[in-house]
Design a protein around this ligand. Structure first.
Ligand code: SF4
Ligand code: MG
Length: 335
């Protein structure tokens, strides 16, 4: 399968008066063409920082990409100058953020905002741009697009505004769409509609999608693969089936127990006890050790082995080590 994006050993650090925060600490993942990869984790785990790094939108200072590569269609974005990045953002790679209101300019009509990118990047003007804008409005499900192009953001509901944001992100026909918590600000029924819209867009446009979310429920609907992030690391990656039905990392298991699921009737939801580690001085061993019911001596001391369980499923956890399996077999642990 063709890889559209490959992130290798990405490190992002923020320098503050209190010291350096190691927000992303050696992240590796890839995205195949036409695929939806969900990056899931609690707030502060580094998932938004990772997506901002791909867009090269880490404010410097205080932030800095200190190490790694981000290959987009074979070229390392890290090497690009800002001018080159500006020609890529919104054209080859687009991003959608959580709040549809702040993403739109309240003083400009929807039509103007839709056509802006086309005029700037594609050199399309007037009639053609308007046609394309109408086509995009139709694609994202906004009725009477021709009249509505003349309206302003406040004349649309929250869900409609998010549809417009999606239309703007897609109008230049990007290869990669990064959506950071695109449904978090919306109510549940609208959320479901927006997720359906992502599926439709992918089918029609073939765009590859990275979906950033704290909500595994959102992922269940549209992701092909899932990467679980914790404390600046990706600790487990797998297909949706692998993550939902054969999760291996105790943190992934904990996440699954803490979210409502449609496919499994859970008696009650169990939140994961404790809090993630301080990324001013991240632990040298497993970052989940302080919260993990299976933590062993080695977990505190040494970062866990990276184990490839299948060609798509991999996990960073000492439980995959034979010696741990032995210990587990001898104890009364239920894993
Ligand atoms: Fe738990 Fe150890 Fe696995 Fe970390 S490496 S998740 S502490 S068992
Ligand atoms: Mg975030």
């Amino acid at each position: 399968m063709d890889k559209i994006l490959e992130v290798k050993d990405l490190h992002v650090t923020f320098t503050t008066y209190g010291g350096s925060v190691q927000a992303v600490r050696g992240v590796n993942f890839h995205l195949n063409k036409g695929e939806t990869l969900a990056i899931v984790g609690e707030s502060g785990c580094g998932k938004s920082v990772t997506s901002n790094a791909i867009m090269r939108l880490i404010p410097n200072p205080p932030g800095e990409i200190t190490k790694g590569n981000i290959y987009f269609k074979g070229q390392d974005l890290i090497q690009f100058r800002e001018k080159k990045m500006r020609s890529i953002r919104g054209v080859d790679i687009s991003m959608i953020f959580q709040d549809p209101m702040t993403a739109l300019n309240p003083t400009l009509t929807i039509g103007t905002q839709l056509m802006e990118g086309l005029k700037e990047h594609k050199g399309i003007s007037g009639k053609q741009a308007k046609e394309k804008a109408i086509e995009m409005m139709e694609l994202v499900g906004i009725p009477s697009p021709e009249e509505r192009l003349k309206q302003y953001p406040h004349q649309f509901s929250g869900g409609m505004r998010q549809r417009i944001v999606i239309a703007i992100a897609l109008i230049c026909d990007p290869d990669l769409l990064i959506a950071d918590e695109p449904t978090t600000a919306l109510d549940v029924t609208i959320q479901a509609q927006i997720l359906e819209l992502f599926e439709k867009i992918q089918e029609k446009m073939g765009v590859s999608i990275i979906l950033i979310t704290h909500d595994l429920g959102v992922v269940a609907k549209i992701a092909d693969r899932i990467a679980v992030m914790y404390a600046g690391k990706i600790i487990e990656t797998g297909t949706k089936r692998e993550i939902f039905y054969q999760p291996q990392h105790p943190y992934t298991k904990g996440l699954l127990k803490s979210v409502p699921r449609l496919d499994i009737k859970e008696d009650k939801l169990t939140p994961i006890d404790g809090t993630p580690p301080d990324l001013f001085s991240p632990p040298q061993g497993c970052p989940f050790a302080a919260r993990c019911p299976f933590a062993m001596e080695v977990c505190d001391k040494v970062y866990p082995v990276h184990t490839e369980l299948t060609s798509s499923h991999n996990v960073d956890c000492w439980l995959q080590d034979e010696r741990a399996q032995q210990l587990l077999a001898e104890s009364s642990f239920q894993y």
